[in-house]
Design a protein around this ligand. Structure first.
Ligand SMILES: [Zn+2]
Length: 377
């Protein structure tokens, strides 16, 4: 299970991460630890990070991502991982998705340990540490028997200067400001699950385990429901069918222009690209489970459509076929024709050849996705 753990400072997500490591046998990848280890080991990335820190700069996202990439190359992560401390903002979340998709290891769960702001404030501002033995108390949730004195050794309890309300309040506000979009981002993908991080550690962990187990079950069910792998041959047949259908589409007649020229008219490639990009973006937003379903649905729909076409071809005379095809044309095409009317002076290059190129791109994308899916299995 590939998990990102989200939670404010003081939410107890570190404790939950350690319990998850024990139960699920997957490593916790804390970007803070990665950074320290890389600097200590003086790896190339570690040296770069140290240079940045010595110069008083933040370690760049690229550098942290490179460290995560290195870490994910190690075999103990093959069964999954719990990423902790990253991403902290939307840009990082998007960059992480990019990396994980590249590696064929997309995220499966964004687990958010939620704790109310007021509770976090109490937890963090109430902290007291024994100066002699290091034992930690909280004046609100686990106070010492005698005020200001350690139960174990009788040492003085110290209130750290940066544990004051202003500093902690600022820290929490920054955290919330940056991570709220991250939480929305994973919610949009359908990957977000939230657990209330209040109460006994064991009870919280039970809730965490229920979430992880249910996501695991869902994925197992989805994998079973997924149709068997599509062969390259199948794919090429489909492509050929689509290509034929596309080329057979008659052009819309436009006033004052011979039909032949019409057919050669160039569809504005920029517009097409934009539309394709939009589609891609939309597809990205869909959660994985939905995507799978959508793909299955599309497949079924295609099959149906093909059957219908065959049947229709047998029945309909040629003239009717044309009408039907014209009706099917997307609105975008019609619009372009309209736009052209306004600027009749412009010369059009015959770009009939560009059409298949655009299609090829689509097909390549499909192949890639299919390959990626195969890889994941
Ligand atoms: Zn003590």
């Amino acid at each position: 299970m590939r998990i990102v753990l989200l939670g404010a400072p003081g939410s107890g997500k570190g404790t939950q991460a350690k319990l998850m490591v024990d139960r699920y046998g997957i490593p916790q990848i804390s970007t803070g630890d990665l950074l320290r280890a890389a600097v200590e080991a003086e790896t190339p990335l570690g040296r770069q990070a140290k240079a940045a820190m010595d110069a008083g700069q933040l370690v760049s996202d690229e550098l942290v991502l490179a460290m995560i990439r290195e870490r994910l190359a190690q075999p103990d992560t093959h069964g999954g991982f719990i990423l902790d401390g990253f991403p902290r903002n939307l840009a990082q979340a998007e960059a992480l998705d990019g990396l994980l998709h590249q590696l064929g290891k997309p995220l499966e769960l964004a687990l958010h340990i939620h704790v109310d702001h007021e509770v976090l404030m109490e937890r963090m501002t109430g902290r007291r540490t024994c100066v002699s033995c290091g034992r930690v108390y909280n004046v609100y949730t686990s106070p010492p028997k005698i005020d200001g004195q350690c139960d174990v050794c009788g040492g003085n309890l110290h209130h750290r200067a940066d544990d004051n309300e202003e500093t902690i309040g600022n820290r929490l506000r920054v955290y919330e400001l940056q991570t709220t979009p991250v939480i929305d981002y994973y919610a949009d993908q359908g990957k977000l699950r939230t657990v209330e991080g209040v109460g006994e550690i064991g009870d919280i962990f039970q809730a965490v385990s229920r979430v992880v187990d249910s996501v695991k079950e869902q994925q197992a069910a989805a994998a079973e429901a997924e149709p068997s792998a599509v062969t390259l041959e199948d794919l090429e047949k489909k492509v050929a069918t689509f290509r034929q259908a596309w080329e057979e589409q008659p052009a819309l007649p436009v006033e004052g222009q011979p039909a032949g020229e019409q057919a050669e008219a160039a569809p504005a490639p920029a517009k097409k690209k934009k539309a394709a990009a939009k589609k891609k973006a939309a597809a990205k937003k869909k959660p994985a489970a939905k995507k799978k379903k959508a793909i299955a649905k599309k497949k079924a729909a295609k099959k149906k459509a093909a059957k219908k076409k065959k049947a229709a071809a047998k029945k309909k005379p040629a003239a009717k076929k044309k009408k039907a095809a014209a009706k099917k044309k997307p609105a975008a095409r019609k619009k372009k024709v309209g736009a052209k009317k306004k600027a009749p002076g412009k010369k059009k290059k015959p770009v009939g050849k560009k059409k298949p190129a655009a299609k090829r791109k689509k097909v390549a994308g499909k192949k890639k996705r299919t390959a990626a899916r195969k890889k994941r299995r």
